[in-house]
Design a protein around this ligand. Structure first.
Ligand SMILES: Cc1cc2nc3c(=O)[nH]c(=O)nc-3n(C[C@H](O)[C@H](O)[C@H](O)COP(=O)(O)OP(=O)(O)OC[C@H]3O[C@@H](n4cnc5c(N)ncnc54)[C@H](O)[C@@H]3O)c2cc1C
Length: 386
């Protein structure tokens, strides 16, 4: 078993680490305090990060993407999320939605929508959750009705990452709410041609990453924007969720590592009782526990991405990684705050941001409870959901 990165992957990691340290890290706290980024700011970030492979990472080269592997994605995102999780979220959602379009889109969507997304000129998002539909994705109520050459969408989506700044939204809707999962489809809504209303939701962590409620009212979408037909719509939404879970896991690993690095530096510099607090065994225990949990989370996360690279479904691996890594990140960042004492609670040090950001990740793409039920279902062959 080889745990080493290839030479190319090491180079990718070093290059991106250097760039993020020089250009992004110095202003990450300031940007986070400012709140949700504007569309213009998001475009700027996408263009700056594009040369490193952040835009269209998994989209094959024949569709104009980077054609990188899931492990490459993990390397890119572990680095970015540790420096500035809010930015990583915006970039990750745009890039993964582009991948979905490349995988399932017809020629019209690939030719018309992908180029703007891959150049960093457009921002994307995926909308599943509704005010009354959270963990149980099969019950979406947003309705798509075919009317001549258009689908007419009616419904409300909520907690949609990138919602206020997105140019296109992959909307999970139902053609017939009485038919459950088999009537679920996905429609790509392009905002300029099919306007909808977006309202920002203020939240505790990843503050610069916009989150929104989207209202679709008689929103007419050309019928060639059907991204995934009924039958495929639900299955592909679940597949997309598996990838999103791996992504949340690697985000948690990046944040945890950043919290460890900050804690090591602080523990060496801060003196009490005439010596650096790093010399106290209870501080050392916290550091050792933080490292153990983060390294375990990293291994679970990379294994999940590896399974996806091998063409596996990765349901068990993705859910295991997400549940463990995100809960571990809450514990790790909380210890980082503890090591910093009162300063850990102040905005003068980044660990309060890491703590708030880490707390966000146990909820989206399926809560920890849902991940555990998925893992148990995969090994027991019995589902708690039906
Ligand atoms: C930062 C952030 C970004 C997000 N981005 C997006 C996005 O881009 N697109 C999108 O569509 N959605 C997004 N979401 C929504 C997210 O996916 C949902 O919040 C999540 O699936 C949980 O749904 P819910 O919040 O409605 O909780 P609920 O489903 O109402 O759950 C409430 C509680 O009940 C528990 N619970 C529910 N069912 C069970 C069960 N069967 N057994 C045991 N416990 C159970 C849950 O674990 C939880 O503790 C985002 C959420 C957040 C916080």
């Amino acid at each position: 078993m080889d745990f080493n990165l290839t030479e190319e992957q090491k180079m990718l990691q070093e290059t991106v680490r250097r760039y993020l340290k020089d250009k992004i890290a110095p202003r990450a706290d300031e940007w986070d305090r400012k709140g949700p980024m504007t569309k213009e700011e998001a475009h700027g970030f996408l263009k700056d990060l594009k040369p490193f492979g952040y835009v269209g990472t998994l989209v094959p080269e024949e569709h104009g993407g980077m054609g990188l592997s899931h492990i490459d994605w993990a390397i890119l995102h572990e680095e970015l999320r540790g420096v500035y999780a809010g930015l990583g979220g915006m970039v990750g959602i745009t890039s993964s939605t582009s991948h979905g379009i490349s995988e399932s889109g017809n020629e019209h969507l690939i030719g018309r929508t992908l180029p703007g997304l891959l150049s960093g000129d457009k921002i994307a998002c995926t909308a599943i959750t509704e005010p009354n539909v959270g963990s149980d994705v099969s019950t979406v109520q947003t309705r798509a009705v075919l009317d001549g050459d258009h689908y007419v969408l009616n419904g409300t989506k909520t907690w949609i990452s990138n919602g206020t700044i997105a140019d296109c939204v992959s909307v999970v809707a139902t053609l017939d709410p009485s038919k459950g999962a088999e009537a679920i489809c996905q429609v790509l809504v392009e905002r300029e041609e099919s306007p909808f209303v977006a309202r920002e939701i203020k939240k505790m962590g990843v503050r610069s990453f916009p989150t929104a409620e989207l209202a679709f009212e008689d929103c007419r979408v050309p019928k060639e924007n059907l991204l995934r037909a009924p039958g495929k719509g639900f299955k592909m939404a679940l597949r997309g969720l598996t990838f999103a879970r791996c992504n949340a896991a690697i985000a948690a690993v990046g944040i945890s590592q950043a919290a460890i690095d900050a804690s090591i530096q602080y523990a060496r510099e801060r003196t009490q009782f005439g010596k650096p607090i790093a010399k106290f065994q209870l501080i050392q225990e916290m550091i050792a526990d933080m490292i153990a949990e983060t390294e375990a989370a990293r291994l679970l996360s990379y294994r999940a991405f590896f399974v996806l690279d091998q063409g596996g479904m990765g349901r068990k691996e993705g859910s295991l990684a997400k549940a463990y890594a995100t809960e571990a990140a809450v514990r790790v960042t909380s210890k980082a705050v503890q090591i910093h004492g009162a300063y850990g609670l102040s905005e003068e040090y980044p660990v309060e941001r890491y703590f708030r950001d880490a707390r966000m990740y146990t909820i989206p793409d399926g809560t920890t409870e849902i991940q555990k039920l998925v893992v148990a279902r995969e090994v027991l062959g019995m589902s708690a959901f039906v």
